[in-house]
Design a protein around this ligand. Structure first.
Ligand code: DLZ
Length: 509
C-alpha cells in the first residue's frame, strides 16, 4: 500500500476530496470503530448504532466500487481503542504508507491526530460551501458576527433563490416572519419515513446493547437511514409530504408529534449520506415548479447555507477557546431530569422523553424548551453542551457547540447571535398545545402551581441586568420589568430563587 486514507464515522461521502488523492488500484482506506469515540461523551445508544452501521455499509459500498478497505470493528482483538492509535498501528503494519485525511468535524479529534507523531496530508472538507479559510476571511476582525449578512453572501455565491438581476427571489432575503404559525388544532404531520433494520444494523444493535448499556437513551426502535439510498428515500419523502408546510409550522410543537413537518435529515447529512448542494438545488427547483411556497423553500435553504455553514465557520475560527466561554459565569449542574425526563413541566417532559426515545427533537424544542430552561436556570455551559452532544443523533461538535454555547446559552456574550433566546411560558403556550395538559399554570408566575418558565424568565433578566440591560433586542422586556411594582418584582425573584434551590437540592420540578 502506497497511501492510506483515514475515513471517519461522519465522513461517509463518495466525493470526499480525500479520494481524489488516492488510487483504488494501489492505495487503501482505513475505517475504525473505536471505544474512545463511542464514550468521550455518553452518546445515545442509537447514535452509536447510526455511526457504526452507516460506517459498515459505507465500507461495503467502497469495496463494491473497487477500493481496498481496512475495516476495524469495535470488537477486533487488536483494536487500540482510539483513532490516533489505529492510524499508528496500520501505518506501521503497512510499512509506512503516506497518510491522507479530510479535515475533521471536531477539534478534539483533529488535535489528537495532528499531535499523534505521524506526518499527515490534510484535505479540505468540500462538503461545506464555505471553507474554514473563506469563513475566516469573511469574519475578519469583527467582534460580533451576524448570520443574516453571512447568509446573503452565501445566497449570492451559490446563486440560490436569486432574481435574474442578482437580488433575492421574491424581493426579500428572509421570509422568517411567515414561518411562525401555530399549528391549527388537530393538525398532524405526515406519516414518518422509517427504515427497517437489515442484518448489518441488527448486528450493530446487539453490539451496542452489550457494550454501551449504561448510556442514556433507548436502543430499541432505531429506524434511521444508514445508506445513501435510504437517505435519498427519506429526502424524497420530505420533499413530497413535508416541505410545502415546513415553513409555516417550522416553530410549532405538538403533543405526540415529534417530527411534524421537519425533515429529520440532519443525522444523515452530518455523517455524509446526503449532499448539501443537491438538497438546496432540489428545494429551489420544487419552488420554481410551483410545488412549494417561497417561505418554505427560503426557510429550508437558510438553515443549510445560512445557519449550518455559519456555525461550522465559527467553530473552526474560534476553537479551542470557544468551548470555555461562559460570560454569565454559570456553574449550576445539569438537573437529573435531563437524563430521566421526569418532570411535571409538560413541555420539558415531552421534549426530553422523545429525545431519550428517538435521539431527536426539532430546533424549537431544543432552543426554546430544553435550551431556554438551561439558559434561565443558569446551567454550566459545558454541562448542557455535553448533554446536547450526547443525546442527539445529528450532534457533532462543530454543529452542536456553537448552537448550544452560543445560540442557546449566549455564553459567548453575543458573538454568534445578537440576543439570548430567553422566553417565558407564554412563548411555549403560543407555539404548542403542551400547556393545556400541564400541571403548572402558564397564566401564573409566582404561585406554587405557576409555570416555572415564568418566574425564571424574570429572574434571569434581573440577575443579568448589567450584561443585558442595554441590549436593544431586550429593551421591551426590561421596560416591562421597570413598570412592575416592587412587590411583584420581589415575588418573582423569590419564586425564581425557590425553584433554583429546588433544582440544586436535586428535586425534579
Ligand atoms: C460519533 C462517533 C462514534 C460514536 N464512533 C466513531 C468511531 O468509532 N469511529 C469514527 O471514525 N468516528 C466515530 N464517531 C464520530 C467521531 O466521534 C467524531 O465526532 C467525528 O469523526 C468528527 O471528527
Amino acid at each position: 500500500v502506497r497511501r492510506l486514507g483515514l475515513v471517519l464515522g461522519d465522513q461517509l461521502s463518495f466525493d470526499l476530496s480525500l479520494f481524489d488523492a488516492l488510487d483504488p488500484a494501489r492505495d487503501a482506506v482505513l475505517m475504525a470503530e473505536v471505544s474512545e469515540e463511542a464514550c468521550y461523551v455518553p452518546h445515545h445508544p442509537q447514535k452509536i448504532v447510526l455511526v457504526f452501521s452507516a460506517m459498515r455499509h459505507f465500507a461495503q459500498a467502497l469495496e463494491t466500487r473497487g477500493w481496498r478497505v481496512i475495516y476495524v470493528r469495535l470488537d477486533a482483538p487488536d483494536n487500540s481503542g482510539s483513532l490516533a492509535g489505529e492510524l499508528r498501528r496500520w501505518h506501521a503494519a503497512l510499512g509506512g504508507p503516506a497518510l491522507h485525511l479530510s479535515e475533521c468535524g471536531e477539534w478534539r479529534v483533529e488535535e489528537a491526530l495532528r499531535t499523534g507523531g505521524l506526518s499527515l496530508n490534510w484535505h479540505v472538507d468540500r462538503r461545506f460551501l464555505c471553507s474554514r479559510e473563506e469563513f475566516a476571511r469573511w469574519a475578519g476582525n469583527r467582534r460580533q458576527l451576524r448570520m443574516e449578512l453571512f447568509y446573503r453572501e452565501m445566497r449570492r455565491r451559490s446563486g440560490l433563490l436569486l432574481e435574474p438581476d442578482g437580488g433575492p427571489l421574491g424581493g426579500s432575503w428572509n421570509f422568517d416572519a411567515d414561518n411562525r404559525k401555530a399549528l391549527p388544532k388537530g393538525a398532524r404531520g405526515p406519516f414518518p419515513a422509517r427504515f427497517r433494520q437489515d442484518v448489518i444494523t441488527r448486528e450493530v444493535v446487539a453490539l451496542v446493547g452489550e457494550r454501551f448499556a449504561s448510556h442514556y437513551g433507548r436502543l430499541e426502535g432505531f429506524d434511521y437511514p444508514v445508506t445513501h439510498a435510504e437517505a435519498q428515500e427519506l429526502w424524497q419523502h420530505f420533499l413530497e409530504f413535508s416541505l410545502p408546510s415546513f415553513g409555516d409550522y417550522q416553530d410549532a410543537m405538538a403533543e405526540g408529534e415529534p417530527y411534524l413537518f421537519h425533515a429529520r435529515i440532519s443525522a444523515a447529512l452530518n455523517i455524509g449520506l446526503l449532499d448539501l448542494r443537491q438538497l438546496c438545488a432540489d428545494v429551489e427547483s420544487a419552488h420554481r415548479q410551483g410545488q412549494v411556497p417561497l417561505n418554505a423553500a427560503e426557510g429550508f435553504i437558510r438553515q443549510l447555507i445560512g445557519w449550518r455553514e455559519y456555525v461550522h465557520g465559527i467553530y473552526w475560527l474560534r476553537m479551542p477557546d470557544y468551548a470555555a466561554l461562559n460570560v454569565f459565569g454559570n456553574r449550576r449542574a445539569l438537573p437529573e431530569l435531563y437524563w430521566s425526563g421526569r418532570t411535571e413541566m409538560r413541555c420539558m417532559a415531552q421534549a426530553i422523553s422523545q429525545t431519550l426515545e428517538l435521539g431527536y427533537a426539532h430546533h424549537i424544542q431544543r432552543l426554546m424548551v430544553t435550551g431556554n430552561f438551561a439558559l434561565l436556570a443558569g446551567i454550566a455551559p459545558s454541562a448542557i453542551c455535553e448533554w446536547y452532544l450526547a443525546v442527539y443523533l445529528d450532534a457533532f461538535e462543530w454543529v452542536e457547540l456553537p448552537n448550544t454555547l452560543g445560540m442557546v446559552m449566549h455564553a459567548d456574550g453575543g458573538y454568534l447571535g445578537s440576543k439570548p433566546y430567553c422566553a417565558s411560558g407564554r412563548y411555549i403556550q403560543r407555539m404548542s398545545d403542551h400547556c393545556g395538559a400541564c400541571r403548572y399554570r402558564v397564566d401564573r408566575a409566582t404561585e406554587d402551581d405557576a409555570c416555572p418558565f415564568n418566574s425564571l424568565y424574570w429572574h434571569f433578566l434581573m440577575r443579568h441586568r448589567d450584561h443585558l440591560g442595554r441590549n436593544p433586542r431586550l429593551a421591551m422586556a426590561y421596560r416591562n420589568l421597570q413598570r412592575m411594582d416592587e412587590s411583584r418584582v420581589a415575588a418573582l425573584w423569590q419564586r425564581g430563587e425557590q425553584l433554583l434551590a429546588r433544582l440544586d437540592a436535586g428535586e425534579a420540578l
